[in-house]
Design a protein around this ligand. Sequence first.
Ligand code: ADP
Ligand code: MG
Length: 441
Amino acid sequence: MAVMEIEDIFADILDRAKALDPVNTRKWFERLTAVHLDGGLLEIGCPDEATVRFLREKCKNSFTRAAQQVTGHLVTVEFNVHQREDKESRHYPVRGESEPKLHPDYTFDNFVVGPSNRLVHASCVAVSQSLANTYNPLFIYGNSGLGKTHLLHAVCCETRQRFDKAVIQLLSCEDFVNRFITAIEEGRLAGFHSQFRTVDMLVIDDVQFLRNREQSQEEFFHTFNDLYNNGKQIILSADSPPTEIPSLEQRLISRFNWGLVAKIDPPAYETRAAIVQKKAHLRGLHVSEEIAGYVARKVHANIRELEGALTAIYALSVTCGEEITLKLAQTVLEGQIESAARHISITDIIEVVTNHFGVRLGSLQSKKRSQSITMPRQICMYLARSLTRHSLEEIGGHLGGRDHTTVMHACSKIDGAKRHDPQLHATLEELTRQITQAPQP
Ligand code: ADP
Ligand code: MG
């Protein structure tokens, strides 16, 4: 096929893929190239590993369907790093296991700085510019959805660009704990130690996950000491300051306090409006100041919800084939707020979830911990948290008198899992639809 022809077809495929999945559409799709299109294979060239991972995880389906619709054939889509010869492309050496899995959206450029996050942002920038020479460890904390994970990725991304040879490990604390447990089970502790104790920078997200895990705390303590004594950088995030993480050993608390402990607060109106515009820009959309302001005024809980609102507006604009106008934004958000204001009770949620999974309420309230019960129970907690105004304690009370930390853990677990698991994501959406559309008394 002639190059021009491939480029035209690829442009059509991109347009189609965007329409099929507006949520995961990004402005940087413009930088993708068709490396190969023939014989039922479309190979798409991406500027770096982070975009490859994003596309493989989130866009494989939409690109495959788009390619099939445009060409009229069955097409297999592959994403690979294929650097163009322009100045913009970043050249990273590939380091296999220690390669941090970065999200392409989570860079400093895409982070809006305001009074609520200025200190945290500045400390992250400082660390990425001079490893282990400024704040070590750097401990950032704040409520869910305020940008901690975003900043950790940004530090890693920036560090990679500045220090070509630096070995970086970035992972969630849950991942650290799971890998530790597997290493013990498989008798590979030495390998585990060398993987984490020989890096230049260790970045661990959500360390509140260490609570009540004594053996993992012990392991983490030694990892921390080794790195610290060798002048390596450590960055940690959590939902609360070190002293408030339940049952965290004193010796870890004191170490976490050795460097800088910085808090990230919920953003004020101006910052929220700027974030809406930034997120819109990232998706290649134009959203006027008036609309951004409107969204920022309507949604203030956290930034993830702000982003969700923007996505919902964009999705409706694509479906209706209309520009994003204030009226359209109002249709979406007033609708959402109205449905939230309708009284959804925990009982409604439990009913839909037990029906869906074919489990009994009694099992959800029991002490059973098999996966087939735990999962629906955690989903109930998650949905109750996002769709009602009940407190963590009240939600735990409906589900067998569980305490608020259990509910909190369930919510963050489901929230984290749904981002990597499209099927879970779809299930949650379906359940939400059933719950919010259930006939009200
Ligand atoms: P946390 O880890 O604190 O729960 P995340 O880092 O996952 O929060 O952030 C949730 C979403 O909000 C992400 O999409 C992130 O890009 C976005 N976000 C948070 N703070 C900002 C900010 N200041 N500027 C731009 N986007 C932000
Ligand atoms: Mg996070």
